[in-house]
Write a protein that binds this ligand. Structure first.
Ligand code: IPD
Ligand code: CA
Ligand code: CA
Length: 282
């Protein structure tokens, strides 16, 4: 891939300005939402904050890079024919947290060149944390280089995960994996923003993260954050390409094989409890 560090730096600066515009919108609308709707699946929320953040991010990216395509969660693909670059935008990752005023939410912007993530930013305006990575530039948190953890085993790890919005209907709902890994690690966190979860893996706060049902805008920035911080990110099967696999496994690299083996072999015997339990009415 021909992609220079200078280009990475230039695009990263554009991504950072765009993310700050989105972040400003999220700060302005915090606690003032008047329009909270469900999308096609129960619990999958969208608000005016998602739309307004997206609008200002897209306007800025289109002005700075008119030759690049953009794929954004709420308005889909804005294609520029022949472009090798695609900006992938989640204008508000962690919408459920946002509606409940839980400040674990972020703007996530990744840039793909020929389908490969080459720059990414995950920005949490509430904690003032800006995680950035560019191809060959390393990963930074507010300008300081960060690295994945050195934790050597699953039993000494703290992990993170999430549950897709189809979890009520889909037996592949991650509950069994969650139970197993909760019992065999120092803990599993379910924080509510996949983009930030990946940024936390890059920062060494989490030793690993997994989730199924993720979309490209949840992870495009996180992929390069983890890779440039020395971590590994693959499908559950431990394979590339991962962007459209929907089953994402990220880690410090050391515990990766162990996590992959668990995710591929946990029995789903918890299902009868979830779907056949009768709770008496009073
Ligand atoms: C969601 C968050 C959440 C994850 C969901 C995502 P949204 O994104 O990243 O942590 O569990 O799968 O869809 O809907 O808040 O942008
Ligand atoms: Ca998201
Ligand atoms: Ca979103």
């Amino acid at each position: 891939m021909r992609f220079s560090k200078d280009e990475a730096e230039r695009y990263l600066a554009i991504a950072a300005s765009a993310a700050r515009l989105g972040g400003r919108t999220l700060l302005e609308l915090w606690g003032k939402l008047t329009d909270i709707r469900e999308k096609s699946l129960a619990g999958d929320l969208v608000t005016e904050a998602d739309h307004k953040s997206e609008e200002c991010i897209l306007l800025y990216l289109q002005e700075q890079c008119p030759d690049h395509s953009i794929l954004s969660e709420e308005t889909g693909l804005h294609e520029v024919a022949g472009s090798e670059f695609v900006w992938v935008v989640d204008p508000l990752d962690g919408t459920t947290n946002y509606t409940h005023q839980i400040p674990y939410t972020a703007v996530s912007i990744g840039l793909l060149y020929q389908g490969i993530p080459v720059a990414g930013i995950v920005y949490n305006p509430f904690l003032g944390e800006e995680f950035k990575a560019g191809f060959g530039l390393g990963t930074t948190l507010n300008g300081k280089i960060i690295r994945v953890s050195g934790t050597a085993s699953l039993s000494k790890s703290v992990l993170a995960t999430g549950f897709a919005y189809d979890r009520r209907e889909n037996p592949d709902n991650n509950y069994a994996e969650f139970c197993y890994l909760t019992a065999h690690t120092q803990g599993v966190r379910r924080m509510g923003s996949a983009a930030l979860d990946l940024a936390y893996v890059a920062a060494g706060r989490f030793d690993g993260f997994w989730e199924r049902g993720l979309k490209i805008w949840d992870i495009a920035a996180g992929v390069i954050l983890v890779r440039e911080a020395g971590g590994v990110i693959t499908s559950y099967e431990n394979r590339d390409p991962i962007l459209d696999s929907g089953r994402i496994l990220a880690s410090n690299g050391i515990i990766h094989d162990e996590m992959s083996r668990v995710l591929l072999s946990v029995p789903q015997e918890i299902e009868p409890i979830l779907f056949k339990t009768q709770i008496p009415k009073e």
